[in-house]
Design a protein around this ligand. Structure first.
Ligand code: UDX
Length: 437
């Protein structure tokens, strides 16, 4: 099949490369000239395991092309929209880019082609796109919703071996085309109407976010009653009705999806006069988790003015260079508001981060970043951070306070190195040589 993918962000790029690997002819379009030049040279602008080699292979096989404009549309059987839907100030999704693309496609696509939304869009968007196309006189184009569930860091395997495919379709013929597009994948398919498909995406993300905020609240209670949240998670997760995933307590969720999509779903509910209380609380709990390390530092040190704090990890989670909605950004800013001197370590983010905020110091060597620090906060559970040599860190840090925001450090190793370790709801080992500043 001939496929057009508009937008080469995470979703668009991974989708385009994977569809080419299924044997389709794929053209990916993005306005960003620099990115397109890079991609045509086989260079991947995002850090994602296995993506660059597969991209290069597809370019060599002449199944994949990149362009800055939707030029020759005569051939495409389906156009997938994977452009950004950034949140507006009220949390609702801004669909300006989506409708710009639809206008262009409405003018250019061949008779009977399909338009599919891959971006996470408010429930009802596919229907609105259809109505809009009708005003352009394009009743022949069918609109489908194919939500994407890929995770950053495992985007390729999530797309090549997905848990399920959700096809929101207006008729059987569209369903047939979508099945053909994904024919190499032998996974369960849920065929439904388009609003249902759009809702499945939001409900899935909201549910996972709920699991995270739930375990974070349990962690906060564990802390106060002397229970160990790690073992509570383990004990709960062994019940197959609960499942063990997304029960890691810590600083909460970040990234490009959960924060945006949870707020958007609260708005979608609000638009139909429904008060989604549970999800509002999920968002609030997530926000509160981020303030916890600062509270702990204040309890330990009192005044944070001129305190030297190293934040270990900048990416919103390991395995990606994405810093969108990363707790590190917010914690760093709050610490600076309290007069602290903040520096960061991250194994991959450095270059990307510096382009955005040149005043911030990010180092790619944790031991350099920790030099003379009074305190350290683990924000991202990169292996490089989990495996730090704390005896060595003890010789270079000025203070001995560590807050483990992801519950990944070994309390025994920290204790042995003379650190005071605090975390979310699993018991800090009694310190051997606790020293405050
Ligand atoms: C998520 C969804 O998993 C994916 O299906 C959707 O398409 C996009 O959003 P992603 O944002 O890449 O993917 O990351 P994910 O691995 O799901 O983690 C999201 C956030 O939750 C991260 O900040 C992570 O640190 C946090 N998290 C995850 C926890 O705090 N605890 C957990 O137990 C699991």
């Amino acid at each position: 099949m001939k496929v057009l993918v508009v937008g080469t962000g995470y979703v668009g790029l991974v989708t385009g490369v994977c569809l080419a690997s299924f044997g389709h002819d794929v053209v990916c379009v993005d306005q960003d000239q620099q990115k397109i030049t890079m991609l045509n040279m086989g260079e991947c602008p995002i850090y994602e395991d296995g993506l660059e080699p597969l991209l290069q292979e597809q370019l060599l096989e002449h199944r994949l092309w990149f362009d800055t404009k939707i030029s020759d549309c005569a051939d495409f059987d389906i156009a997938l929209i994977a452009v950004g839907t950034p949140p507006r100030s009220d949390g609702s999704a801004d669909l300006t880019s989506v409708f710009e693309v639809v206008t262009e496609l409405g003018n250019k696509l061949k008779q009977g082609a399909l338009i599919g939304t891959k971006s996470t869009v408010p429930v009802g968007t596919a229907h609105s796109i259809e109505t809009y196309l009708e005003t352009m006189g394009r009743r022949d184009i069918r609109v489908v919703s194919i939500p994407e569930f890929l995770r950053e860091g495992s985007a390729l395997s999530d797309t090549l071996q997905p848990s399920r495919l959700i096809f929101g379709v207006p008729d059987d013929e569209s369903l047939r085309v979508l099945k053909q597009l994904h024919s190499p994948l032998d996974v369960p398919i849920v065929a439904c109407n388009r609003s249902t498909a759009e809702m499945i995406k939001y409900a899935s993300n909201a549910f996972l976010a709920t699991k995270i905020s739930f375990i974070n609240e349990i962690a906060n209670i564990c802390e106060r009653v002397g229970a160990d949240v790690q073992l509570v998670s383990q004990g709960m997760g062994l019940d197959p009705r609960i499942g063990s995933s997304f029960l890691r307590a810590g600083l909460g969720y970040g990234g490009s999806c959960f924060p945006k999509d949870t707020r958007a779903l609260v708005n979608i509910a609000g638009d139909v006069a429904y008060d989604f209380k549970l999800l509002k609380a999920v968002v609030e709990v997530n926000q509160r988790q981020r303030t916890e390390p600062i509270e702990r530092l204040r309890q330990w040190f009192g005044d944070l003015n001129n305190l030297r704090v190293t934040l270990l990890g900048v990416a919103f989670k390991p395995g990606t260079n994405d810093i969108r909605e990363s707790p590190a950004l917010e914690i760093g800013e709050r610490l600076r508001d309290h007069g602290a001197q903040v520096q960061f370590y991250d194994p991959v983010v450095t270059r990307f981060w510096l382009q955005k905020q040149e005043s911030v110091r990010v180092m790619d060597d944790p031991y350099v970043a920790l030099q003379n620090s009074d305190a350290a906060i683990v924000v991202t559970e990169w292996p490089e951070i989990v495996e730090l040599d704390w005896i060595r860190v003890g010789t270079i840090m000025r203070g001995r306070f560590v807050f483990d925001g992801r519950n990944v450090l070994d309390p025994v190793a920290l204790e042995r190195a003379g650190f005071v370790l605090e975390n979310f709801g699993f018991h800090p080992a009694p310190s051997l040589a606790a020293t405050s500043r």
